[in-house]
Design a protein around this ligand. Structure first.
Ligand SMILES: [Zn+2]
Length: 157
């Protein structure tokens, strides 16, 4: 409701002038624009502890530490790589190589476990090479023996 400033009559909000005295009506308090208060938000001074606290929250930062499965994969790659390197085991080397590559992909650069994954990968590759050479030598020896036996058999026939 509006209140006439000169005669005091109550007028509806949509009225522009008083119907009794004709005085132009001012907008009532209800229809006045809402009071705009000063912004209550005051920028806080830079608080280093806020960032410090957020540093360890996974959604906000790149994980520095790889998950445990990737690290155990790196350990397995290293163990398999060393075993394949020592024994010339071709299948172990291949498994170690695959695990090493997977672990390296899962562990970010500079995180613990990545070096182990790299070492496992290198050991596995050498293990594969040694295993392949060993296999090739065995096949050659076997082939020579077979050939000699054939020659001997051929000579006998
Ligand atoms: Zn009036």
């Amino acid at each position: 409701m509006k209140l006439c400033s000169s005669c005091g009559s109550q007028m509806p909000d949509e009225a522009y002038t008083c119907s009794f005295c004709g005085t132009p009506l001012q907008a009532s308090q209800d229809s006045q624009p809402p009071y705009v208060s000063q912004p209550s938000y005051v920028p806080q001074p830079y608080d280093p502890s806020y960032q410090q606290a957020g540093y360890y929250q996974p959604p906000y930062v790149q994980p520095v530490y790889a998950d445990s499965s990737a690290r155990s994969m790196a350990t397995a790659a290293l163990v398999l790589g060393i075993i394949s390197l020592l024994t010339g085991g071709l299948p172990l080397g291949i498994v170690g190589c695959v695990l090493g590559v997977k672990a390296r992909n899962a562990i970010p650069y500079g995180a613990p476990g990545r070096g182990m994954a790299t070492a496992g990968l290198i050991c596995s590759i050498f293990g594969i090479v040694i295993g392949a050479i060993f296999l090739l030598v065995c096949l050659c020896i076997f082939g020579v023996i077979i050939l000699e036996e054939m020659v001997i058999l051929g000579g006998l026939l």
